[in-house]
Design a protein around this ligand. Structure first.
Ligand code: CA
Length: 223
């Protein structure tokens, strides 16, 4: 799950970036409105955390530009406690949720999970496929009710695939959702994670679509 974090406060931004990475997100952090606007035009993100008070270009404009371009990913805005106007304007401009500063990282992550769930039209917080159950909140995966050890990347990759069953995800899309900018990525890193997931959960549940990417089939009883 790749997040674009847009926050000009060094201390808060650094803390959020570190915390979100610990929660298993790939995080790219930008500190002004113009570079955020540029990045959103050219890169894929699953979620956006947007401070409204930004240098160079206001957060609200970044948000309006994003929605004007027809980009639908969930956006959570960060606002100052006293500014009800900002919150109203933010929500009316296409934000999906907001938090007022100061806030708790656990709450931010819970809200991001809820946004992601709504965005993929899921009511159930658990992701289930055959005998695999992934719990995004507890950060656990079970196979036949037994806890399976997975790395942070394996977890993120499995979650992405399970949220998109029945759809082929390109290698590029998957890599982008696993790694932020500036992270050292081996060219075969994705293949290694897929290999490990197959070893842990069975050889056949992740399908290789040659030359394109990977897919998990929909369960038979899924519509
Ligand atoms: Ca700010």
């Amino acid at each position: 799950m790749r997040i674009l974090l847009i926050e000009d406060d060094e201390l808060l931004g650094d803390g959020l970036r570190t915390g979100l990475i610990q929660y298993g997100y790939a995080v790219d952090w930008l500190k002004d409105g113009i570079s955020a606007d540029q990045a959103l035009k050219t890169e894929n993100f699953d979620l956006v955390v947007l401070d409204l008070g930004l240098p160079k270009l206001a957060g609200i404009t970044v948000l309006q530009n994003l929605r004007t371009r027809g980009q639908t990913m969930p956006v959570l805005i960060l606002t100052a406690r006293e500014s009800i106007d900002d919150r109203v304007k933010g929500l009316d401009s296409g934000a999906d949720d907001y938090l007022t500063k100061p806030f708790d990282l656990d709450e931010l992550c819970a809200r991001l999970r809820a946004l992601q769930r709504r965005f993929s039209s899921r009511a159930d917080p658990l992701l289930t496929h055959e005998n695999i159950i992934l719990d995004p909140a507890a950060h656990t995966v079970t196979l036949n009710n037994e806890l399976i050890n997975v790395s942070r990347r394996e977890f993120a990759l499995l979650q992405k695939l399970l949220e998109n069953t029945g759809r082929v995800l390109s290698r590029e899309h998957l890599s982008q959702s696993l790694y932020g900018w500036g992270e050292d990525v081996d060219s075969n890193a994705l293949e290694v994670h897929i290999h490990n997931l197959r070893k842990k959960f069975g050889q056949h549940f992740i399908h290789t679509i040659r030359g394109i990417g990977y897919m998990i089939n929909k369960d038979k009883d899924e519509t």
